[in-house]
Write a protein that binds this ligand. Structure first.
Ligand SMILES: Cc1cc2nc3c(=O)[nH]c(=O)nc-3n(C[C@H](O)[C@H](O)[C@H](O)COP(=O)(O)OP(=O)(O)OC[C@H]3O[C@@H](n4cnc5c(N)ncnc54)[C@H](O)[C@@H]3O)c2cc1C
Length: 387
């Protein structure tokens, strides 16, 4: 059985951000990720000079948390601004401009309260994978993939987490950075019956299809960063991002990259997407290649009173040994909201533990962290969770 001070369950952006914050506080942390790779729904593939996003491709420019994190990780210089602004609405006959921010809301990526959606979006030079790769490089072996948590039970130390392979980890504190339905199951089995309410969070299925074209294969000039469809009967494409017109470096010289959001359908989503885009955008050439990502559970949508239920749940959890919930399933679907949520959960745990050396990486202007100082004192050995 392994022993770790804090177990972060789920290695998506939320879990990695929580682990980064915990590391800064000097906690021994292990991120337990069930998949073969960390990053969750952030999937960036780079091929032949193209940057292909399977999940998120950017974030609201006015939301600071992911940008602050990027600077702490030393990749602030990889933040990029869009090449174009504004989205269009496809009503089945024509494309007409949409107000800034309306596109994000229509796609379910709503800004945090008080955020100015009019500032548009930003991303990273190498795609959203940049931030995941930087976190993984800094967290090192604290991130363990192929480790699905199947159960959580109280233990003398705090919690005992059962893993899919049959082993277990003991932890003094836990951050659940999981999709809502997965957190609901683990918490309900722990006796927090109210957590079943998290199953009310709906994750809609969708498919994202990236299509590469020759740049001269368009009969018309594309305006803005993409379009959203008003939803014509029988149409499969719900939205399209003009990826290589939106951010720099998404396609090599002479080529264009589009990304369509398609409703789940029978048959090949790429050929359906191409056929519809050809009509809407005047694409004349055939795609050079395509890449589809199937999201059986994509972006979460909350029911009314969600925030109230989450607050009640947090109140119940505060009576247990330290255990926090975080992530898109509870605190907002946008990537910046996930960073904020993961770090805030980590800070609450640290504050509860009354860590004497706590020094949030966000507040660290310069100089070594508490962890760095301890590592130096121990001859440069990194403090990884033991297993
Ligand atoms: C197609 C798509 C496009 C999007 N576009 C944007 C965008 O442009 N801008 C934006 O801001 N947001 C966007 N979003 C939303 C945003 O990307 C997500 O809400 C956010 O990345 C979720 O991060 P997370 O860490 O909370 O969850 P996830 O990324 O879902 O991570 C949860 C992790 O937990 C793991 N896990 C599950 N069960 C277990 C278990 N039992 N034990 C251990 N690990 C487990 C999973 O494998 C996963 O890695 C998009 C989402 C999708 C799907």
């Amino acid at each position: 059985m392994g022993v770790t001070t804090v177990a972060v369950v789920g290695g998506g952006l939320t879990g990695l951000a929580a682990a980064w914050e915990l590391r800064g506080a000097g906690a021994e942390v292990a991120v337990l990720e069930s998949g073969r790779r960390a990053g969750g729904v952030i999937v960036t593939e780079r091929r032949d000079g193209f940057v292909v996003e399977g999940g998120p491709d950017g974030f609201l420019a006015a939301e600071p948390d992911i940008q602050v994190l990027a600077r702490e990780l030393g990749i602030g210089d990889r933040l990029v601004d869009p090449l174009a602004r504004g989205s269009m609405l496809w009503d089945g006959r024509k494309l007409a401009p949409l107000a800034e921010g309306q596109a994000a809301a229509l796609l379910g990526i709503e800004g945090q309260t008080g955020v100015d959606v009019n500032q548009g979006f930003r991303s990273f030079k190498g795609g959203m994978g940049d931030v995941v790769e930087a976190l993984l490089a800094r967290l090192g072996s604290a991130v363990r993939t192929g480790m699905g948590v199947t159960g959580i039970a109280p233990s003398r130390r705090g919690y005992r987490l059962s893993l899919s392979g049959g082993s277990a980890v003991e932890a003094e504190a836990v951050v659940l950075a999981l999709p809502a339905w997965a957190a609901a199951r683990l918490l309900a089995a722990l006796g927090v019956v109210a957590a079943r309410r998290l199953e009310d969070v709906l994750y809609y299925p969708s498919v994202t299809v990236s299509l590469a074209y020759e740049q001269n294969g368009f009969a018309r000039k594309l305006r803005g960063t993409g379009f959203i469809s008003a939803g014509q009967p029988g149409a499969a494409v719900r939205a399209c991002t003009y990826a290589s017109f939106k951010y720099p470096g998404r396609a090599p010289e002479g080529y264009a990259l589009l990304r369509a959001f398609v409703a789940p359908l029978d048959g090949d989503p790429a050929s359906v997407a191409h056929a519809e885009l050809a009509k809407i955008l005047g694409v004349t050439g055939a795609p050079l290649w395509s890449r589809a990502f199937h999201w059986t559970r994509g972006v979460p949508r909350y029911k009314p009173r969600h925030a109230e239920h989450v607050a009640t749940m947090r109140e119940l959890l505060s009576r247990l040994p330290p255990l926090e919930i975080a992530g898109a399933g509870v605190d907002g679907a946008g990537v910046s909201a996930c960073v904020k949520s993961g770090r805030a959960a980590a800070r609450r745990l640290v504050e509860r533990a009354g860590a004497p050396n706590y020094e949030s990486p966000a507040n660290r202007r310069s100089g070594p962290s508490a962890v760095d100082r301890r590592q130096a004192a121990s001859g440069g050995q990194t403090q990884e969770a033991r297993s």
